[in-house]
Structures are given as C-alpha cells and as structure tokens.
Design a protein around this ligand. Structure first.
Ligand code: PMP
Length: 350
C-alpha cells in the first residue's frame, strides 16, 4: 500500500457540481455560473495578452499579480498591500486553513453552508465544528467567545441565499479569538458587504470570486482583502505563480469595467425577482435571495422528485442529499429565457 497520510486515506474528496458532457444541450443552473459572457474588454485583454503567436505564454507571469491587486485596491478603497489575487477563491480558503489551522486544531462554519470547507480541513487534518441556524437565521449555540482558529461565514449564505446583518458579522468578529473569514462569493448580488470590517478588525478576511458576478468561472480567479500581515502570510504559502498570464489580464480588465459588471448584476437581480415571484405562484416556498441563485421548496417538499423531472427535461439544478436541504432545490439564476423555460417545466412537473 502507498504510504498516504491517514486522513487522506480516509477522506472521500469533494464532488464538484455535475458537468454534463454535452453542456450546450442543457440549461445548466446547478453551479451558480453567470449566464452572460464576460465583458468584451476582458476578452480583448486576454487576446492581447495572448498576442498573435502566443509568444507571451513562453514567459512566466508576474508572480505577485500586481496589476490585479492595484485594480482591486482602487475599486474597494484599500492599499494593494491589503489584497491578494488567487486561482479561484477556493485557493484562498485552502491557504487560509493552511496558514491558520494546524493538525488537530479547530475550524468552524455554519451548517448549511459551503461544504468544501470541510474537505479542506480534512486535507489539513484540522478538526471541524459546525453551528446550525435558528429559524431567524442566527447561529445556534455560538459561544460568547469562540476559540477555534478560523470561522467561515458565507454571506450571502450558500445554498440558502439570505444575508446576515452587518451588525451580526461585526459581533462575530468580536467573539472570534481566531480569524473570521467572510466568504463573499455572492456579495456582489447583495446590498451590503463586510469590507469595512476588514479595516476595523484585524481578524477579518473577506474573500471574493470572479466566477459569479464577473462571468469568469472558467478562468479560476478570486481575491481576498485583509490586513497586510495576513496577506503576507498567504503570499508565503501560495504557489509562487498562482495566476497565469491570461487570468491576470482578465482579472484586471474585469475589475476595471465596472459598467459591464453593474449591468450584468442588474440583469441577474431583475431575473431573480421575476423568478422568485413565479415560483411563489406555483406554490413554492422561496427564501428571499441576495445571491445569483434561489433556494426553493416545492409544495410537496420533495426536492428529489422535482430535480428528476427537471433533469429529464435537460434542466440541471442542485439537489442536496443533506436531510436539512433535501426538501428543496438550489437553482442558479440564468437568462430570463432560461428561467421562463424552467418555470414552464416546473408547471408541467406539478
Ligand atoms: N465560496 C462559495 C460559497 C462558493 O459557492 C464557491 C463556488 N462554488 C466558492 C467559494 C469558490 O469559488 P471559486 O470559483 O472562486 O473557487
């Protein structure tokens, strides 16, 4: 037998959302991708970086991804020393655990939220604690002082889509002895974010992704905003060339084209409102969403039945086997036309 570390032997590994081989034949609403293409300026920047003969690819990229840090710093009102660019925000979540939680040390997150935190903790050999949610979307049994090394809070919550009030997040920052990571993968679709708390509390880190609001899931891009000491630690442990040249060009152009970004977010929010209303007409329970997906429960509370019906019609949504979530479905917001077809399908399924 190969001499694997025990926790790697035992772990199951993360299962990403299903990717059908004939993607174009499906309405794909299962991994919260953006239905629109990225900004034309992003495409132009990628092509310019590629150049006529691809000669730039011969050379290593900027190891520090400086242009992206400068663009993000300018956009969010931080010195670039407070920003790090990453190969998807997943890379940041991984490196935060590696930087702050050693073997047998504890990390925590809300249940339900992003299950990848648990996988990353398993790889590291860190222990996991979860806190459930009350009916008012507050944390059940959260101690006056939480002594774990890291606490991950997804805001807006995924897969449920609601947001925690900022005062609540600030209170958490005060109660966490370790780091509070606010995973803002979906915050661009909401009204508020926790960036101001990064300036106020040394233990707050905000992570963002380009996969949702910037229509760039295929480029693998994320960023974090935190104190320079935190950024320096993350810089020590990342792959030294973590972003390739095309991704760096795309990131900077995407951050700089705020007009395109705003229009894209506006369309998603508009479609989200329409889709939520239509679901309710069909008798679905829908949690008001501030993300680019909704969590919806059919009248018979049988998420799997509806998932199967949609699947037969080549509409892919997310059904979770977790008993807390199995009654409902997480449905990404696509184009208006895709959502109209989804409503028609749901009407047929009944
Ligand atoms: N956090 C949450 C809550 C997510 O849903 C996702 C996307 N699955 C990520 C982080 C990772 O995003 P990225 O594509 O930037 O790695």
């Amino acid at each position: 037998m190969i001499p694997l570390r025990k926790n790697i032997q035992q772990m199951a590994g993360y299962v990403p959302g299903f990717q059908p081989p004939d993607e174009a034949a499906w309405i794909k609403l299962n991994t919260n991708e953006n239905p629109y293409p990225p900004s034309p300026k992003v495409v132009a920047a990628i092509l310019a970086e590629l150049g006529g003969d691809g000669g730039n690819l011969r050379k290593y990229p900027d190891a520090a991804s400086r242009a992206g840090r400068v663009a993000a710093g300018k956009l969010y009102g931080f010195d670039p020393s407070w920003v790090i660019m990453a190969n998807g925000s997943d890379e940041l979540l991984n490196n935060l655990i590696r930087a702050f939680a050693g073997e047998e040390e504890e990390i925590a997150f809300v249940h339900p939220s992003y299950t990848y935190y648990a996988t990353l903790a398993e790889i590291q050999g860190a222990r996991v604690r979860t806190f459930g949610l009350t009916e008012k979307w507050e944390l059940a049994d959260f101690p006056a002082r939480y002594e774990g090394k890291l606490f991950f809070l997804v805001n807006p919550n995924a897969p449920l889509g609601f947001t925690y009030p900022l005062e609540f997040i600030e209170n958490l920052a005060q109660r966490c002895a370790g780091m509070l990571v606010v995973d803002e993968a979906y915050a661009d679709f909401a009204d508020e974010n926790a960036l101001a708390l990064v300036k106020k509390y040394e233990n707050v880190v905000v992570t963002r992704t380009f996969s949702k609001s910037y229509c760039l899931a295929g480029m693998r891009l994320g960023l974090a905003v935190a104190r320079p000491e935190v950024i320096a630690a993350l810089d020590k442990i990342r792959d030294h060339y973590n972003l390739d040249r095309l991704a760096q060009a795309a990131a900077t152009a995407a951050l700089e084209d705020q007009a395109y970004f705003a229009e894209c977010v506006r369309k998603i929010r508009e479609t989200r409102a329409w889709f939520t209303g239509e679901l309710r007409v069909l008798g679905y329970g829908v949690i008001p969403s501030r993300a680019n997906f909704v969590f919806a429960t059919p009248p018979d509370r049988n998420g799997k039945r509806v998932y199967d019906g949609l699947y037969q019609r080549k509409i892919l949504v997310r059904h979770f086997s977790d008993p807390l979530l199995a009654e409902g479905l997480r449905i990404s917001i696509g184009t208006r036309e895709e959502m109209e077809r989804t409503i028609e399908a749901l009407r047929e399924i009944g």
